[in-house]
Design a protein around this ligand. Structure first.
Ligand code: ZN
Length: 475
């Protein structure tokens, strides 16, 4: 079959600003219904919107990170439609003059590189929410009305559901890195709508474009796109009728169903918002934002592999969260042992972080102290067993590991005379093991090493104990 899938994506992300897009109402979740509202966000006659500078900055920042150009001049438009959750009967959005445009992102699935063009990254406001009760009543909640929303639109460059999922994973990571959105799909802070059709590149023949709504997870997006590609292939093979429409993803039945035939832009009667002046971001400001961009996650991931020699898996996990990546780098810089730093950060550290509900920036243990702990293991001051034992205390109190080890007398015993005496006792107490060992059973040594460890509360230097034991037993 000569038809190949053409998938495009629209992603909406709620921006992490303190106030709403065009008024000073707080953006806060979990507040009482309709308590974060004012005449502006509920569209009372005579109220006037004022754009949120931070939201504009966040969209420019994201656009720049996606390689987009930033408009010198662009306007807000009114998108007109009636719906109960939209008190104004129009949504302020952007139309043919987006704030940023023409970017791209390079990705890979299973080692196969692909590039996606970003058509635009623009700014709009969120709507409220309708709640339909089981008794037939409907309630409207306006707290979300006017929350700044960024829309990232790609060209229809995806050719598979796997590519779509990879893009979403990377976009979520990017938005979190930039600190512009929580990008939590479960909480509705990131929502996406794919468009799917098939095209025969030789003849230019194409199936009508279908938009899919109601997607609440990456898995749902992947499954819905994959289903829709198959459905359109089936329609082509069976000469079934197809039309431009919006379909809804039904997760339980794992299929898309018709929601409505597609409306065109004309239906919304877009026109420039008369209450707002055009946006004209100054060049110096845009340059300042560009300078403030952090190292982007994909670039950082590659650097972790090259610079620290970490396995790809470690690099991916560590760069998932900017704070974790920063923490890791500080630990590695202190101890000079990147792989151990990676193991500790991904293992015990992350475990306690999740358990205590903290973040790398709020927890008491400073990365320099974790680095010191690793150094103490590497120079055999303490065993890794002792390090693991004291780690929860270090994490909880944020103490200097050197100090804790001295206070609790946990330093590894590497004094030969001291160990020699305990080894003598171990030999004395284990006549059978001695006989077995001398009879050729190498493993019998374990019983005597165990004895020494027990006597020293795990503090004996195991390498040294082994060495002394062997010397004594071969005498
Ligand atoms: Zn308001």
């Amino acid at each position: 079959m000569a038809f190949r899938p053409m998938v495009g994506l629209e992603v909406h992300a709620q921006l992490l600003t303190a106030s709403k897009m065009f008024c000073s109402c707080p953006v806060a979740f979990g507040s009482n219904p309709n308590s974060n509202c004012c005449p502006v966000c509920t569209g009372m006659p005579g109220s006037l919107p004022v754009p949120n500078r931070k939201a504009v900055q966040f969209v420019i920042k994201t656009g720049l990170a996606l390689g987009c150009k930033v408009s010198d001049y662009c306007r807000f438009y009114r998108k007109n439609y009636f719906y109960p959750d939209l008190a104004k009967n129009f949504q302020i959005s952007q139309y043919d003059e987006p704030l940023t445009y023409e970017g791209h992102i390079d990705l890979a699935v299973n080692g196969e590189p692909f590039s996606i063009r970003v058509r635009r990254t623009h700014l709009e406001e969120d709507t409220g929410k309708n709640l339909h009760l089981s008794d037939g009543r409907s309630l409207v909640e306006y707290n979300r009305c006017g929350v700044p929303l960024m829309e990232v639109v790609t060209e229809p460059d995806f050719t598979s559901a796997d590519q779509v999922r990879e893009y979403l994973v990377q976009l979520r990571r990017l938005l979190r890195y930039l600190g512009v959105s929580t990008a939590n799909m479960e909480e509705g802070a990131m929502r996406c709508e794919p468009t799917v059709n098939l095209v025969d590149e030789e003849t230019g023949q194409a199936t009508p474009i279908v938009e899919i709504k109601n997607l609440a997870s990456f898995k749902a997006v992947h499954d819905a796109v994959s289903y829709e590609i198959d459905r359109q292939h089936w329609c082509l093979e069976n000469d079934a009728e197809m039309q431009q429409e919006t379909r809804r993803w039904n997760e339980t039945e794992a299929k898309t169903t018709v929601m409505r035939t597609k409306e065109s832009a004309d239906d919304y009667m877009y026109f420039p918002e008369p209450d707002l002046v055009p946006l004209t971001p100054e060049r110096e400001w845009v340059e300042e934002i560009a300078q403030s961009l952090p190292e982007l996650p994909l670039v950082r991931e590659r650097r972790f592999v090259e610079e620290y020699g970490l396995p790809q898996y470690d690099a991916e996990v560590l760069t998932e969260d900017k704070q974790v990546a920063d923490y890791f780098e500080a630990v590695a810089a202190t101890c000079g042992d990147p792989k151990s730093a990676s193991n500790w950060v991904m293992g015990d550290f992350t475990h306690l972080l999740h358990e205590s509900g903290q973040s790398p920036d709020t927890c008491k243990l400073r990365p320099e102290d974790l680095g010191k702990l690793i150094k103490l293991i590497n120079d055999t001051t303490i065993s890794s067993k002792i390090a693991k034992d004291i780690f929860p205390t270090l994490f909880e109190q944020g103490t200097d590991p050197q100090q804790l080890i001295e206070e609790q007398g946990l330093a590894q015993i590497s004094d030969e005379d001291e160990l020699s005496a305990i080894v003598d006792a171990a030999i004395e107490a284990n006549p059978k093991a001695v006989a077995d060992y001398q009879g050729g059973k190498e493993k019998a040594l374990g019983a005597m090493v165990g004895y020494v460890m027990k006597e020293t509360r795990g503090q004996a230097n195991p390498g040294l104990v082994n060495q002394i034991l062997r010397e004594k037993l071969s005498e």
